[in-house]
Design a protein around this ligand. Structure first.
Ligand code: ADP
Ligand code: MG
Length: 574
C-alpha cells in the first residue's frame, strides 16, 4: 500500500532510548505498567471524546485492554480499542519528547555519570518517567499499529530504538493502538524474568495495574494462548481457529471507593504513579470522604519531589476529576488552589453532570466548597507531618515550600494555617530552618516583633550591618532569600499576635535607644552637613544605636520597598 518512511528520533529522544536499551533502570517490570497506563488513558480519552463530539464515528461497544502473548515468537502485545493516534500524533508523541525539563534532566544525568555517581543516576532516572520508551528495556524491536477513532487509515510504526524508526500507512488497522514488543533473548541468569510467560505477565498486571478502571484481558491460563494456531493456514477464515477464551485479570476497583484498610500502601503508590506519570513513590497519601447533600471521595498525594516545571507558567496543575467513577478531566484547576498545584490525586463527585466543562466548574459553588475542604485537608496533613515526622516534613518543605509561600498572598483566608506549616532559615541555626512557633518560643523578654531580613543569599544577609544590633541583643532574625518572600512580607502582618518587622526598615525600636540628647546635640552639625551633601541619594541622616561595629548603614523608610524588591522592579523596567 503506502510508502515506508524512515525518520530519525529527536536527539533527546535518542538519548533517553539509549538509557533504556542499556538498562539504567533496574526494575524492568514497569514497562508493562507504562503500556497499560497509556492504554487506559487512551480509553478514557475516547469516552470523553464521544461525550463532547456526538458525531464521532467511534466504536465504544466493548472498550478494554488486551494482552496477548506469543511464547513461540516471544512477543508481548498490549492492545486497546481507545482513541488511537493519527500519523502526526505518532511522529510528535512517540518520536519526540515534549516533556519540559528533558534537556535539564539529561544534563544532570550526564553529570552524575561523569562523576561516576551510579546511584545518583539511578535516582534521577527514577524521577523521570520515560513512559512508552521503557518498552526498550525488554524489547529489541517494538511495533505499534494504531488508528485514530473516527478516521479511516491507520499507521504502523516500528523501531529497534537505535536512532531511527519507520512509519507507514496501513489500510485495515482496528480502532485504537496495539504495541507489540519483540522480547530480547533471555539471559541465563535472568530466567526468572522471562516476560514471555503468562504467569509473569499476570503477576505484573495484578501488582501494578489492578486499579485500572478498564478490564485488562488475557487468554485463560490452560487454554492455548498462542496467537497463531498451527492448523490455521488459510487467510480466508475457512479453517479459522477458535479465539482463545479471555478473562479479566484486574479487579478494576477504584481505590478511592474501597475502604481504607483494604488498600495497601503499594497499591496507593502504583495508582499515584499511574495518574502522576511520576516514577517515585509519593511522600504522603490523603483520603477524604464526604457524605450528605454533596457526596464525593478524594484520594490525594503529596509527591516526594517537585516536578521540573513547578515554577513555569504553563505547568500542569490540579487533580483529576471523576464523576461517578467515570474519568472526566485531568488537571482540574478548579479543585486545587494554585499554590498547592503540586498536589496530585483524584476527586470523584457523585452529583455533577458528565458533560461538565472547566468554565462551569470555575463557577460552581459546590466545587468551590470541595476545593476549600481539600485545601484545609492538605494543610492539616502537612501540619501533622510537621509534628509526627520531622524528616518527611523537611523533604516536603524543601521541595514545595517556595510554592506554598505563594499562598500567603493568594489566600488570606488560610494565612494563619499556612504560616503555621511554613519554615524559614534563621540566625538561630546555620542549616535547619525554623517554624514560626519555634521562633516565637525563643523570643527574648521584651522582644515584640518577629524580625526578618530579605536578600539574595544567606551570606549577604549575614554580612549586612543591619544585623549587628540584633546579633548584639541575641535577637533571632529570619533569613528570607526566596523571591516570593519579598512579596508576602508586605502583605502579611503577623503571626500569633506578633508582627513581622524588617531589620532594614525605619527606626527599629530595640527598646533601649542609647543616643542621648547630649549626643544628638554633639552630632547635629555633622548630620546636617551629611544630609546636605548626600541629599541626592538619601532622605535623611540620623544617629542610631543599631550598629555595633559598622560606622553607618542605609535603611529604608517603614513604607519603602525592600532593596531586593526595588531591584526586581527596576529589572522589570518599573
Ligand atoms: P505519557 O503517558 O507520560 O504522556 P508516554 O511516553 O507513555 O508518556 O506516551 C507518550 C504519548 O503517546 C502519550 O501522552 C499519548 O498521547 C501517546 N500514546 C501512547 N500510548 C498510546 C495509546 N495506547 N493510545 C493512544 N495514545 C498513546
Ligand atoms: Mg504513559
Amino acid at each position: 500500500t503506502g510508502q515506508v518512511e524512515t525518520h530519525e528520533f529527536q536527539s533527546e529522544a535518542r538519548q533517553l532510548l539509549q538509557l533504556m536499551i542499556h538498562s539504567i533502570y533496574s526494575n524492568k517490570d514497569i514497562f508493562l505498567r507504562e503500556l497499560v497506563s497509556n492504554a487506559s488513558d487512551a480509553l478514557d480519552k475516547l469516552r470523553l471524546e464521544t461525550y463532547r463530539d456526538k458525531e464521532l464515528q467511534a466504536d465504544t461497544d466493548d472498550l478494554h485492554i488486551e494482552i496477548d502473548l506469543d511464547t513461540e515468537a516471544r512477543t508481548v502485545t498490549v492492545r486497546d480499542n481507545g482513541i488511537g493516534m493519527s500519523r502526526d500524533d505518532v511522529v510528535n508523541l512517540i518520536g519526540t519528547i515534549a516533556k519540559s525539563g528533558t534537556a535539564e534532566f539529561l544534563r544532570k544525568l550526564k553529570e552524575a555519570k561523569d562523576e561516576a555517581k551510579g546511584a545518583a543516576g539511578q535516582d534521577l532516572i527514577g524521577q523521570f518517567g520515560v513512559g512508552f520508551y521503557s518498552s526498550f528495556m525488554v524489547a529489541d524491536k517494538v511495533t505499534l499499529v494504531t488508528r485514530r477513532a473516527g478516521t479511516g487509515e491507520g499507521v504502523r510504526w516500528e523501531s529497534a530504538g537505535e536512532g531511527t524508526y519507520t512509519i507507514e500507512p496501513v489500510a485495515d488497522a482496528p480502532q485504537g493502538t496495539s504495541v507489540t514488543l519483540h522480547l530480547k533473548p533471555v539471559d541465563d541468569e535472568d530466567h526468572l524474568y522471562d516476560y514471555a510467560s503468562p504467569w509473569k505477565i499476570r503477576e505484573i498486571v495484578k501488582r501494578y495495574s489492578d486499579f485500572i478502571t478498564w478490564p485488562v484481558k488475557m487468554a485463560k491460563t490452560g487454554t492455548p494462548e498462542a496467537s497463531a494456531p498451527e492448523e490455521d493456514t488459510s487467510e480466508d477464515g475457512a479453517g479459522e481457529a477458535a479465539a482463545p477464551e479471555l478473562e479479566t485479570v484486574n479487579s478494576m476497583k477504584a481505590l478511592w471507593a474501597r475502604s481504607k484498610d483494604e488498600v495497601s500502601d503499594e497499591e496507593y503508590h502504583e495508582f499515584y504513579k499511574h495518574i502522576s506519570h511520576d516514577w517515585t513513590d509519593p511522600l504522603e497519601t490523603v483520603r477524604m470522604q464526604a457524605e450528605g447533600t454533596f457526596e464525593y471521595q478524594a484520594l490525594l498525594f503529596l509527591p516526594s519531589r517537585a516536578p521540573m516545571d513547578l515554577f513555569m507558567r504553563d505547568a500542569k496543575r490540579g487533580v483529576q476529576l471523576y464523576v461517578k467513577r467515570v474519568f472526566i478531566m485531568d488537571d482540574c484547576e478548579a479543585l486545587m488552589p494554585n499554590y498547592l498545584r503540586f498536589v496530585k490525586g483524584v476527586v470523584d463527585a457523585q452529583d455533577l453532570s458528565l458533560n461538565v466543562s472547566r468554565e462551569i466548574l470555575q463557577q460552581d459553588r459546590q466545587i468551590r466548597a470541595i476545593r476549600r475542604r481539600l485545601e484545609k485537608k492538605v494543610l492539616a496533613t502537612v501540619k501533622t507531618m510537621m509534628t509526627e515526622d520531622a524528616e518527611k516534613y523537611a523533604t516536603f518543605w524543601r521541595e514545595f515550600g517556595r510554592a506554598v509561600k505563594e499562598g500567603l498572598l493568594d489566600d488570606p483566608e488560610n494565612r494563619e494555617q499556612i504560616l503555621e506549616i511554613s519554615s524559614f532559615a534563621s540566625t538561630h541555626h546555620a542549616e535547619n530552618p525554623t517554624s514560626l512557633r519555634d521562633y516565637v518560643s525563643r523570643m527574648k523578654d521584651g522582644q515584640e516583633h518577629i524580625y526578618f531580613a530579605t536578600g539574595e543569599s544567606r551570606g549577604t544577609i549575614e554580612n549586612s550591618p543591619h544585623l549587628e544590633a540584633f546579633r548584639a541583643k541575641g535577637y533571632e532574625v529570619l533569613i528570607l532569600t526566596d523571591p516570593v518572600d519579598e512579596m508576602w512580607v508586605d502583605g502579611v502582618t503577623g503571626f500569633d499576635g506578633k508582627s513581622f518587622q524588617s531589620v532594614a526598615k525605619g527606626e527599629v525600636d530595640l527598646g533601649d535607644d542609647k543616643t542621648t540628647d547630649e549626643q544628638k546635640a554633639d552630632y547635629a552639625d555633622l548630620l546636617k552637613w551629611m544630609s546636605a551633601s548626600l541629599s541626592e541619594s538619601v532622605k535623611e541622616v540620623r544617629l542610631s544605636s543599631r550598629l555595633t561595629t559598622s560606622p553607618s548603614c542605609v535603611v529604608g523608610d517603614a513604607g519603602d520597598l525592600t532593596p531586593t524588591l526595588e531591584k526586581m522592579y527596576r529589572a522589570m523596567g518599573q
